[in-house]
Design a binder for this molecule. Structure first.
Ligand SMILES: NC(=O)c1ccc[n+]([C@@H]2O[C@H](COP(=O)([O-])OP(=O)(O)OC[C@H]3O[C@@H](n4cnc5c(N)ncnc54)[C@H](OP(=O)(O)O)[C@@H]3O)[C@@H](O)[C@H]2O)c1
Length: 333
């Protein structure tokens, strides 16, 4: 079985199909998928607004956890029967998937596949942004936008564990959850976010994690303390824009060029702006292995919004589009 995204529109554009993965080729393994993630990327793909997405029809699914059922020639590991995780970008919403063996990351046996799937893309994204891009240190104050989302809930937990004071934006109904994760909530729906951040941290913040893009980047950069870093890792605010998907990114590049120029001429007060984009490879494997260890030890708890059967992918996407969920939606095969 596979879930096919047949064209631009709403979740009704998803169809359940009968296709399946081929035999693994050289250097590949075939995986029986146990759980795969539902992410904002698929919401953007539905609207044909995800950077360089395949043309319709295609099988979405950004990440997966499953068991290796067959290995191709030249594969020294993983072995048949081992549980692995992989970042596929598309194609994970199938019962069987073929992935390069080199990108398959071992999953500890004690981890529930659904819980493990909740941290494949999101956990690595959050962990790398906190530790490798922002390099958050104890005592710093940071701002997390969308702090109750799939990535946001992990960003908050990882930054709190690093010893930071975390301010998080979320809709009011989710503020209690945010407090329980250790963050101070800010209402982005009715409130003035920059004013609220300044009231809580008058000297600015050491890092802003911004998944919104567009004009939010100007506010985020202006909220940085001297030496602070803005990390842009999404363009959620431009989902409903008309025109080419590239247009909002051109706006971001223009802003970044201005900030870089200010740095070069010594007028940035040490502030910098970075992009983040998750990708498979040795650094991904290393980060995911660390994230799995944190989840296993109970240090990191990915909230699971819903677990739904793979054939209910359209319902899963509808829940995400409506913004009624908190944490990660997982499809189980
Ligand atoms: N660059 C990368 O490598 C990478 C990797 C993973 C994800 N991402 C990006 O990360 C973003 C989040 O993904 P996700 O899967 O975590 O999505 P998600 O679970 O849908 O979470 C999105 C969150 O954004 C919040 N939100 C919506 N409008 C907002 C606003 N104006 N101000 C502040 N918060 C707002 C929502 O809060 P409420 O529910 O409270 O309304 C929701 O919690 C997406 O843009 C995605 O593309 C990027």
């Amino acid at each position: 079985m596979e879930i096919v995204l047949t064209g631009e529109g709403g979740p009704e554009m998803l169809r359940v199909g009968t296709g399946d993965a081929p035999r693994p080729g050289k250097g590949q393994v075939r995986v029986r998928v146990e759980a795969s993630g539902v992410s904002f990327a698929e919401v953007q793909m539905l609207r044909r607004r995800y950077p360089m997405q395949p043309s319709f029809p295609f099988v979405p699914g950004y990440d997966l956890v499953g068991t290796v059922t067959e290995v191709g020639p030249g594969v020294s590991g993983p072995r048949v029967g081992e549980r692995v995780a992989a970042l596929t970008r598309t194609g994970a919403w199938r019962t069987h998937v073929v992935v390069p063996a080199a990108t398959a990351v071992p999953v500890p046996a004690s981890l529930d596949p659904g819980v493990a799937a909740a941290v494949v893309m999101n956990g690595v994204t959050a962990w790398q942004m906190v530790h490798q891009v922002a390099k958050v240190r104890a005592g710093q104050t940071v701002l997390v936008h969308g702090a109750t989302g799939g990535v946001g809930t992990l960003l908050v937990q990882i930054a709190v564990r690093a010893g930071a004071r975390v301010l998080g934006t979320a809709s009011p109904a989710k503020h209690d959850l945010l407090r329980s994760l250790g963050a101070e909530p800010i209402d982005y729906r009715t409130g003035d976010v920059p004013a609220a951040v300044r009231a809580l941290s008058p000297g600015g913040v050491a890092a802003v994690f911004d998944h919104l893009g567009g004009r939010s980047l100007d506010d985020s950069y202006a909220l940085l303390a001297d030496g602070g870093v803005l990390i842009s890792y999404g363009s959620a605010a431009t989902l409903r824009d008309e025109g080419h998907w590239l247009t909002p990114y051109l706006g971001t590049i223009r802003r970044y060029a201005g900030w870089q120029l200010a740095r070069l001429v010594g007028r940035s007060r040490g502030r910098r702006a970075a992009f983040y984009y998750v990708k498979p490879g040795p650094r991904f494997t290393e980060a995911l292995t660390e994230v799995f260890t944190l989840v296993e030890s109970g240090t990191l708890n990915p909230p699971i919004a819903q677990r739904l059967p793979l054939e209910n992918a359209a319902e899963a996407l509808r829940l995400l589009v409506e913004g009624k969920t908190t944490g990660k939606i997982v499809l189980e095969a």
